[in-house]
Design a protein around this ligand. Structure first.
Ligand SMILES: [Zn+2]
Ligand SMILES: [Zn+2]
Length: 408
């Protein structure tokens, strides 16, 4: 009863479903969504002032606070040396204290506004637990023991907090579709986001390995010196261009090679586009694409600063182009840089848009190679793959390319 009502509430919040799931897919897709709904759901309204937004935000902040304090207690295991090196510790401590305080207050507000108190109590409990575990006051360990493997929990927490602060308001203020943050399969996409960040050490190692092992012989010091003598801004654009030209062809191969497509089909299985949808990438897709894309960057030998600036740009831009925002940019902007409208067409269910718009940064690469499709001012009517061949759920999608090949 509670779940049914919650589903109705979500449905009302979501607006029309654009592409229907098959009954079997819907049943498995809703598993984790449904389990979360079973714990936190109710049949009360979700409008502003109902305690819904304060409750969900409180739970979100409670998770961030608990994870942040865990990072302070187990820094060698849960955090990345690269992230630790650049984060200003006093700011992080202040941030954790702020998140705990805000999480607790929003939880309290939710319990006062809402009949079912589970959201508010859960948020308050996590904030309280994080505070009792030391909050932002946990002493930092001076020297960390060397560990062969670490998780990137700090990277996950910072990135999801930053992206949520940017994109949740944008998608509420300028929505393309009337859909909730908690649209179908949002839990699976969150798991993708979590796992890809936790495994940052492994994936970075795998991304760099092929270039260093197989292409070290091709390094030309004279060429690298010339590249590094260019202004940082030129190197930044050079980096983006080299990466996008490579990624265009890798992406195109993923669409046209029968053995590669099942890996990339996972990304195209999203029937809702939003800031989390871009996270749905099979590990095989991510590693193969990034490893090949890194080869020209490795050979050209860009400076660290433009390279890191480019990686920072990619991490925000890749999320932005999937976002549920209705922005129509001026034609000249759309011609120069990939916008959400361009990439939404890449995910479109319309037949004329299939195997189009492979570029990730520069749409004129698609114009040049004859694969551009984005009718002016128009957006797709829906997203996904015809027939919905990819199962729902994180684990099912991880094994899909291998099961699919066996069946073939
Ligand atoms: Zn694609
Ligand atoms: Zn995409």
């Amino acid at each position: 009863m509670v779940i049914d009502s919650f589903a109705v509430a979500i449905e009302r919040f979501n607006g029309p479903i654009l592409v229907a799931h098959s009954p079997m897919q819907q049943r498995s897709a809703m598993n984790l969504d449904e389990r979360v709904a079973r714990i936190f759901g109710d049949n009360e309204p979700t409008r502003f002032g109902s305690g819904w937004m304060s409750g969900t935000t409180s739970v979100f902040l409670g998770i961030i606070a608990t994870g942040g304090v865990a990072c302070f207690h187990l820094p060698a295991t849960l955090t990345s040396p690269e992230i630790r090196a650049i984060l200003p510790l006093p700011w992080v401590r202040a941030l954790i204290e702020g998140v705990i305080g805000l999480g607790f207050l929003l939880g309290l507000a939710s319990t006062l506004l809402r009949q079912r108190k589970v959201l508010g109590f859960a948020g308050m409990a996590m904030a309280l637990m994080a505070s009792l575990a030391g909050g932002g006051r946990v002493p930092a360990t001076e020297t960390l023991p060397p560990v062969p493997f670490h998780l990137g929990l700090d990277w996950f927490l910072i990135n999801i907090l930053l992206l949520a602060v940017i994109f949740v308001p944008l998608e509420r203020l300028w929505p393309l579709r009337s859909q909730s943050i908690f649209r179908p399969a949002w839990t699976a996409d969150t798991v993708y986001f979590l796992v890809s960040h936790l495994l940052v050490q492994v994936s970075t190692w795998l991304n760099l390995l092929p270039a260093k092992v197989f292409f070290a012989w091709a390094v030309h010091p004279g060429l690298q010196d010339w590249v590094r003598s260019q202004p940082a801004l030129v190197q930044f654009f050079g980096c983006a261009l080299a990466a996008d030209l490579t990624e265009y062809w890798v992406h195109r191969c993923f669409h046209h090679r029968r053995w590669l497509w099942p890996f990339h089909a996972v990304h195209h299985s999203s029937t809702s586009m939003d800031w989390l949808a871009g996270s749905r990438l099979h590990l095989g897709d991510v590693v193969f694409t990034r490893a090949v894309t890194f080869i020209p960057l490795f050979l050209l030998g860009f400076d660290q600063t433009p390279l890191i600036a480019y990686l920072g740009f990619v991490s925000i831009h890749a999320v932005f182009i999937h976002a549920n925002v209705s922005w129509n940019f001026p034609r000249w902007v759309e011609a120069l840089v990939v916008t959400p409208r361009f990439h939404h067409w890449h995910h479109a269910i319309e037949r004329e848009a299939i195997d189009r718009n492979f570029a990730v940064h520069f749409p004129w690469i698609d114009r040049f190679f004859g694969t551009y499709y984005a009718p002016p001012g128009k957006w797709p009517t829906g997203y996904g793959i015809e027939g919905h061949p990819v199962p729902d759920g994180f684990m099912e999608q991880c094994s899909y390319p291998f099961r699919r090949q066996k069946l073939d």
